[in-house]
Design a protein around this ligand. Structure first.
Ligand SMILES: O=C(O)C(=O)[C@@H](O)CO
Ligand code: MG
Length: 264
C-alpha cells in the first residue's frame, strides 16, 4: 500500500477540528498532501505557514465561486457575458496556486443559465477555459475540469466524464486535463473501468468517495481495490483526493487505506 498517493481533502476530512488544525491532523494520520476546494477565506501566508509546519503539500484548489444561491454559486465558467468575472476568479486561484506549491486548479463551469442553450454555454466555457489555460501556462500551473453528477449538483453544465474530456479536447492545451471523481462517475454513469481506461490520457487528478452515500471507500457499492489497481495498470501517477464525508469520525474511518491498499 502506498498511502503517500492519497491526498486528504481538508474541506471534507478532519472537519472535527477548525481549519487551522486540520493540517497537523492530516499529517498525524499519515497524509503528505492535502486539497481544498475554496482556500480563499484564509490568507496565503497562513496557508503557507500551516502547510510548512505540518510538512504537507497542497495538490488541488478550485477557482472561487459566487455567493450561495446566486447564478455563479458553482462558478462563472459557462455564464455568457461574465468572462470578466471568470477571469478574476482564475487570477485569484493562480495567485494562491503560485504561492502554494502550484496545485492543480479546477475551473468551475457553473450551471446552465436560464434562456441559454447548452451549446452556447459550452462554447462559452470552452472559450473561457482556453483563456485560462494560456494564463495557467504562463504561471506554470495545470488546470482541470470536473464532471459532477446531477443528483448532487443539479444543472451543473459538465455532467459526464465524456463532456469533461470533450472540453479538454476542444481546448487542446497541455495545461488542461480531466478531474475524474469516481463518486460522481458512479452515481451518474457507472462503468468505471471502461471510463477510466478511455480517458487515461487526459486524467490529471482523481477523487474518491463511495456511492451512494459519499462516505469512506468500502462503505458502499464501489470495488475500490479494483479501481485502484486499474489506475495503477493504466500508469496513473497523480494524486487521489479523498473527498468523502466520514461516516463516524475521520480518523476512525481511515482503516480503508489498509484494507483497500494504494496503487501497485
Ligand atoms: O463536488 C466535488 O466533487 C468537488 O470536487 C468540488 O470541489 C466541486 O467541484
Ligand atoms: Mg470532486
Amino acid at each position: 500500500m502506498n498511502a503517500a498517493r492519497f491526498a486528504a481533502n481538508i474541506g471534507w476530512l478532519f472537519t472535527e477540528v477548525p481549519i487551522e488544525r486540520r493540517f497537523e491532523a492530516a499529517a498525524a494520520a499519515g497524509f503528505t498532501a492535502v486539497e481544498h476546494a475554496q482556500p480563499y477565506s484564509m490568507p496565503l501566508s497562513r496557508w503557507r505557514a500551516l502547510l510548512d509546519a505540518a510538512g504537507l503539500r497542497l495538490v488541488l484548489v478550485n477557482t472561487p465561486v459566487g455567493e450561495p444561491g446566486s447564478p455563479a454559486a458553482t462558478g462563472w465558467g459557462c455564464l455568457p457575458e461574465q468572462a470578466g468575472q471568470f477571469r478574476v476568479s482564475v487570477e485569484r486561484a493562480l495567485d494562491y496556486a503560485v504561492a502554494l506549491d502550484r496545485p492543480l486548479v479546477q475551473l468551475r463551469a457553473g450551471v446552465l443559465p436560464p434562456g441559454v442553450s447548452r451549446d452556447a454555454a459550452l462554447t462559452c466555457f470552452i472559450a473561457n477555459a482556453h483563456w485560462a489555460a494560456e494564463r495557467a501556462a504562463e504561471a506554470g500551473v495545470r488546470l482541470t475540469v470536473e464532471a459532477l453528477n446531477p443528483r448532487d449538483a443539479p444543472g451543473y453544465l459538465i455532467d459526464t466524464q465524456e463532456l469533461a474530456a470533450a472540453v479538454v479536447a476542444a481546448v487542446g492545451h497541455r495545461h488542461l486535463g480531466v478531474q475524474f471523481d469516481v463518486y460522481h462517475c458512479q452515481v451518474a454513469q457507472g462503468d468505471l473501468t471502461t471510463r477510466l481506461t478511455a480517458l487515461r490520457e487526459v486524467i490529471a487528478h482523481v477523487q474518491i468517495a463511495d456511492a451512494p452515500g459519499r462516505a469512506e471507500p468500502g462503505s458502499g457499492e464501489i470495488r475500490f481495490q479494483h479501481v485502484l489497481s486499474t489506475l495503477g495498470e493504466l500508469g496513473y501517477e497523480g494524486w487521489i483526493g479523498c473527498e468523502y464525508r466520514p461516516a463516524a469520525g475521520t480518523v476512525a474511518g481511515l482503516g480503508w487505506r489498509e484494507r483497500i491498499g494504494g496503487l501497485p
